[in-house]
Each structure stands twice: as C-alpha cells, then as structure tokens.
Design a protein around this ligand. Structure first.
Ligand SMILES: Cc1cc2nc3c(=O)[nH]c(=O)nc-3n(C[C@H](O)[C@H](O)[C@H](O)COP(=O)(O)O)c2cc1C
Length: 356
C-alpha cells in the first residue's frame, strides 16, 4: 500500500523492468477534498498511472486485490488509464464483476496476470477462463511463502518443504503444460517470494521462468514511494525481527516486528473505526485493528500506529541504492552466475570426454 506508486514504478520501467503501481488504499493515502475514500481511490489510481506514464515509455502494471470491495472499479480505471498489465492477487480472477461489461472484461483479462500460490490455482483459472471466456492467461506470478505482505498459505504450512518456491514453480509449470499445448501458446511463469540477488534470478530462469517478481529488495531504493523511516526499518531489522502475523483479512502476513505489533498481540488495542469496508474478507467488527490504517501509517513513517510489511529477506538489505544501481547489480550477479555455470559445464564435458 503506497510502497510502489508512480515514482518506483516508472523508475523500474525506465530500467527495462515492469513497474507495478499498487492500487490498494490510494484513497486513504490521498483523500481528495469533497470525495469519498472510494472516489478518491479511483481518482488517485488514474492520476498515479498518468504520472508514471509521463515519466516512462516502459512497461507499467497495476496490482489489484480481488478481495477489494472496489475491485471492479479499480480494474476499469486501470484499463481506461491505458495500463499495460494487471496483476491480480488476494483471490482468483474468475468471475466478472457486475459493473464491468463483457467486452471490457475481455480487455481486462487479456492484460491480466493472476498471482497464485499453487499449481492447482493455475489449473482452475485456465479451466475457468477457457470454458467461460475462451482464452487462457498469458502469464502467472507464482508467489511462494517467503514473500512480504499477505501470504496465500496457512500459517502452519509457510515453512513446509512442499511449499518451497522451486517446488511450487515446477508443480505449476507441469499444471499449465497441457493448456500451453492445447492452445499452442506459451504461458509465462514468474516466481516471487525470497528472490534477492542475481544468483536467485539465474536459478529460476534455468528452471524455465520468463522473469521474476521482486518487492522487498526494491523497498531499499531511493525511488521507493514510502517514507524514509519505512526504508530504514528494513535496513535496521535483523533476521529475528521478520515475523508472521495474523491479518484481520483472514490471512497470515509477513512484517517487521515492532511495538505496535506487540500491542496487537497482547490485545492492547482500542475498537476499530472502519473508514469504509475496503476488503471483502475483513470482519472489522471482530478485527483487533484496521490493517489499511496500520499500513497507511507505516507508509507515512508513523510506526507508533503501524507496521511494515516485508519479505523474509528484508534483513539482508544494508543500504539504500538507486533503482538503476540495484538492477545493474542484479544483472551483474546473474551474468557472473551464468559464466560460472558455463565454465562448470565445459569442465564436466571435457572430463566426460576424457573418461570415454
Ligand atoms: C511492502 C510490501 C507490500 C506488498 N504489497 C502487496 C500488495 O499490495 N499486493 C500484492 O499482491 N502483493 C504485495 N506484496 C507482495 C509482493 O508483490 C511480492 O510478490 C513478494 O513480496 C515478492 O517477494 P519478495 O518481497 O521477497 O521479493 C507486498 C510485498 C511487500 C514487501
């Protein structure tokens, strides 16, 4: 929420990546005079996309939560603002929201990259889209349990070996293979969650990934749209501070432990005032705190009333760099790993030849 807006997204797109703007809670960050949160959300998303577009000719995406109560409006706004790609998480993009016409829904789906946490979800989406819309996705993000923010795994399964990202990646590749064959069309598979350096990227590209999705690492950039104290929380944190929390949304989440989270876990919170029901799955009458408000506060650097979502690798970030420096170092790390791999392959081949 507010971590990747037009600043970070355009900087990433300018370096040849896909810059993604989060469409979540923009109305809370930028409430416009005389407008409701819902109206502000839509207007702010449109304006963020336009601002990013003015700064880059590169590829831009938005991240929309299927669990958002204004999901349909956000999708329509992104489409109207001319976005290139729509990443949909926190639920599967299966049913057409009522407010979207059939033709606009097809335009939205043609740009949609569903974010999933299992091969089963990929199969379900392909089967549903094929049957109802006569198409299949062009790409999926397969997000593993080391990611930051809300996680698509039960709390007791987060560290289960079955849920290693490599395993989920291979399982999902196998699930989508039959659809790729039937449609004679490749489906790009993009792993996410715990990918930190060029060597990690190399490992997944070797497995057949067409790209990777990274979030945590990009919080450690000057261009990240969060307050400087949000970024400093990443630089200061240690491995032991990365915690799994229960979110009022009904999912576990990964965040940096702080006093506010301790207060929540001890039940020392006042009743929640709900600005507007932003997420379908939030039972705000029972929730110990408002997650949207807590994340908004953290984005603004107000950690007495908020906390930072972060991936498992956040403690490895040592200093702030520019997006260009970060991407250059990832490319360098990748190239080094590739050279090492080629050298090792050549040595193995020559020792095989000698053995024969
Ligand atoms: C601060 C932060 C905020 C995030 N917010 C969202 C979000 O709004 N929607 C979403 O689908 N994923 C969100 N994520 C998950 C990322 O999009 C990404 O898939 C994941 O964190 C990748 O793992 P990494 O952080 O180890 O690179 C967030 C992650 C972080 C660290």
């Amino acid at each position: 929420m507010g971590i990747s807006l037009s600043g970070l997204a355009s900087a990433v797109a300018n370096q040849g990546g896909i810059g993604v703007i989060s469409a979540t809670g923009l109305g809370l960050l930028k409430t416009l005079p005389g407008k409701t949160y819902r109206e502000s959300n839509i207007l702010a998303l449109y304006s963020e996309i336009q601002t990013a577009r003015a700064k880059t000719k590169g590829v831009l995406g938005v991240n929309v939560l299927a669990a958002a109560t204004d999901y349909g409006d956000l999708l329509l706004t992104a489409l109207e603002a001319g976005i290139d790609l729509i990443f949909i998480g926190a639920g599967l993009p299966l049913h057409k929201p009522r407010e979207i016409s059939d033709d606009k829904w097809l335009s939205i789906l043609s740009k949609t990259v569903p974010i999933i946490s299992s091969g089963r979800a990929a199969r379900l989406i392909c089967t549903y889209w094929q049957r109802h819309y006569n198409l299949i996705p062009s790409a999926f993000v397969i997000e593993g349990p080391l990611a930051g923010g809300h996680l698509g795994f039960k709390k007791n399964k987060i560290f289960h070996p079955d849920n290693h990202l490599e395993k989920l990646f291979i399982e999902t590749s196998l699930e989508i293979r039959s659809f790729e064959r039937e449609w004679n069309k490749p489906i790009s598979l993009i792993p996410a969650g715990g990918i930190f350096d060029g060597a990690d990227i190399f490992r997944f590209l070797r497995l057949g990934a067409q790209g990777v999705q990274m979030a945590t690492r990009f919080v450690g950039t000057h261009e990240c749209d969060a307050d400087i104290s949000f970024k400093q929380a990443y630089i200061k944190c240690e491995k032991k501070d990365i915690a799994i929390i229960d979110s009022p949304v009904g999912l576990p989440g990964r965040a940096i432990q702080n006093e506010y989270l301790v207060k929540i876990s001890q039940g020392r919170m006042s009743p929640v005032t709900c600005f507007w029901k932003c997420l379908k799955t939030c039972d705000y009458k029972k929730a110990p705190y408002c997650i949207a408000e807590a994340l908004r506060n953290a984005q603004l650097g107000k950690f007495e009333e908020g906390f930072a979502f972060a991936g498992e690798t956040a403690y490895r970030i040592e200093k702030l760099v520019s997006v260009k420096e970060l991407i250059d170092s990832l490319v360098q790390g990748y190239t080094k790993e590739l050279q090492y791999f080629k050298q090792k392959t050549r040595l193995l081949q020559s020792s095989h030849r000698r053995a024969r």
